[in-house]
Design a protein around this ligand. Structure first.
Ligand code: ARG
Length: 282
């Protein structure tokens, strides 16, 4: 007899793992250049509202038992609030970001310095263009990696060598979902459960995802456009864009606790919850 989804879900007890995050204060956040389809310098964010939304996210993480390190914002770097792009912390190393655009170039060395001063990770300087956790998602003994818009395949291969883990290259083909963390998210790291928007990936990469994650949740274009895939999950609580209503229902059906949040001001820069969050794994 085959189990129904409800029966399958009931057997799974969702447990939260405490995470250690680093986030950059949005004191300098703004939209003054356009480097992705979400950004329009004619539609700039409301600074006060942005700060309030960001604080709500920090408070939510802390309320659910996570540790959040706060990195101050740096004048002249309006996108630095998107901490996920600052590098990749995995298995004791910190692989530095090397940004694809000059607007954000200075963020890489700043994050590397912060890691040296505040973590035990061994900082490994990247030779090739990559935008850190924006395109790299550590999952079990693999790292899922996006390319096509920002990070390069050369960087994937370099990371594979320095981290000693299999790096699975995934081709991003829709410019609205220009970083992997806008197209795919991990719901349960321990069980290897992910969610993704199939339309963001090229055919071959979609086939790879089908093969690696037969149980994955596939989200609708509507949810993806609401930035549903820019979620953070601790294995029990899923911090996600409140506008992604269907996704909220799906995670609840799967036994997770939906924690809807509004990061509307950051979406004006093409960012969301996950973009604002760097995971420390030192
Ligand atoms: N405006 C930023 C950029 O285009 C947004 C970065 C979003 N970060 C992310 N991890 N997806 O670079």
């Amino acid at each position: 007899m085959t189990e129904t989804l409800a029966e399958k879900v009931e057997a799974v007890e969702r447990t939260a793992s405490p995470y250690h995050f680093a986030m950059v204060e949005p004191s300098e956040f703004d939209v003054v250049y356009e480097i992705n389809p979400w950004m329009a310098t004619t539609d700039r964010p409301d600074r006060e509202l942005a700060l309030a939304q960001w604080r709500t996210l920090v408070d939510a993480y802390r309320a659910y038992g996570h540790t959040v390190e706060i990195i101050p914002g740096v004048p002249g770097l309006p996108d630095m609030v998107f901490a996920a792009n600052g590098g990749l912390s995995v298995g004791g190393i910190f692989y530095t970001a090397k940004f694809s655009t000059e607007f954000r170039e200075a963020e890489g060395p700043l994050h590397a310095e912060w890691q040296k001063a505040n973590t035990s990770a061994k900082v490994v300087e990247a030779t090739f263009v990559n935008e850190g956790e924006g395109d790299y998602i550590a999952l079990g003994d693999r790292v899922l990696a996006g390319y096509g818009f920002r990070s390069t395949i050369e960087s994937h291969r370099e990371l594979e060598a320095v981290a000693g883990r299999e790096v699975v290259s995934l081709h991003l083909v829709d410019s609205r979902f220009y970083h992997l963390d806008t197209a795919l998210c991990v719901l349960d790291e321990a069980r290897g459960l992910v969610a993704y928007f199939p339309g963001a990936f090229g055919d071959e990469s979609r086939a790879t995802l089908e093969r690696l994650f037969p149980d994955a949740v596939k989200v609708s274009a509507e949810d993806a456009e609401a930035f549903a895939m820019n979620s953070v999950s601790d294995g029990k609580h899923v911090f996600h864009a409140g506008a992604a209503r269907e996704f909220g229902r799906i995670v609840e059906e799967l036994g997770f606790v939906s924690v809807p949040l509004d990061l509307s001001q950051f979406l004006k820069a093409g960012g969301g919850i996950k973009c604002c969050t760097m995971t420390l794994r030192d």
